[in-house]
Design a protein around this ligand. Sequence first.
Ligand code: PMT
Length: 330
Amino acid sequence: MALPSGLEITKEVLDAEIKAFFDLAPPLKNSDDVSQKLEAFVKTNSLLSGTGGARRVVCVTSGGTTVPLEQRCVRYIDNFSSGHRGAASTEYFLKAGYAVIFLHRRGTCQPYCRSLPDDPLLECLEIVDESNIQVHQFHSQAVRSAITKTHAAVAEGLLLKLPFTTIFEYLQMLQMVAFTIKSIGPHAVFYLAAAVSDFYVPWKSMAEHKIQSGSGPLDMRLVQVPKMLLVLRKDWAPMAFCISFKLETDSKILLEKADMALRKYKMHMVVANELSSRKEEVVVVTSNEKILVRQNKSLGVDDVESALIELLVERHAVYVENSDHLTGQQ
Ligand code: PMT
């Protein structure tokens, strides 16, 4: 429902929009498989051997969602996101002892693969003779590290990779993750770094077949994707620690918009980033602070995620401690 700008929609209207979105979305093809994997992953990490406590679990969303223009999709709207932020953050969360659900756009940057070349298959491998292929000496360290660390994290039950492509898949999977990790209360974190489409074509009004170009200019109406952040926070997983991102290209409005998102969606933290400087610095906005986080080149760290995740882990620990006090679970 379109409202004049400046008017807030009520929770009832938002709930109705969200219900309509899910009711009309094409059902997730592999929902049973996703659901089983999630259940098993959360169960494994719910009980730490001997301690009776739960491991901290973070859902990192990463990469951009697509908006199909045809049901038998030939064309779609996409965005710039490479998934680098999500992949790097996943590595640091794992290093900090978290279990990570990596909800990522298919084909985007993967954890531990950041230092591999763009086309790893063709650039890392070389043919020795008829029956032997080997890793090129130059890339051997990066390949070894990517394979060993990824396999170890998956084998230890600490990394679950769930791929999505469309906005429909992403939001259905995000909801499934939330419903599953709700059971671990404040030990759950959402780190919403995915670049989520703001506008889409509802499935029912979408052309079934390839749109024909013979009939002149294309006139198409996109409707707004309902923002699910508030329901995620309030209804889907109310005890989870929620961090969302705010991306702008105009740095003059960035912090104001991040502040607004913090209050409107009741996030615990919003990470504000500007498109061109996003790899060098971000500002973490909380209810009473604005913390500038930069890559620390003098310490040999060439990404911003190292310091960012350190800060978030620290704040999450305080949140868990306070929640445990409140619920008497010390
Ligand atoms: O992937 P990289 O190339 O490394 O880039 C990282 C990044 C710039 C994509 C990342 O740091 C980032 O800013 N991600 C959020 C981008 C975005 O969608 O910003 P937004 O202002 O449109 O949305 C704000 C928040 O609302 C986001 O947390 C988003 O997940 C969420 N959202 C957005 C739209 C929508 N319809 N529903 C949502 O829940």
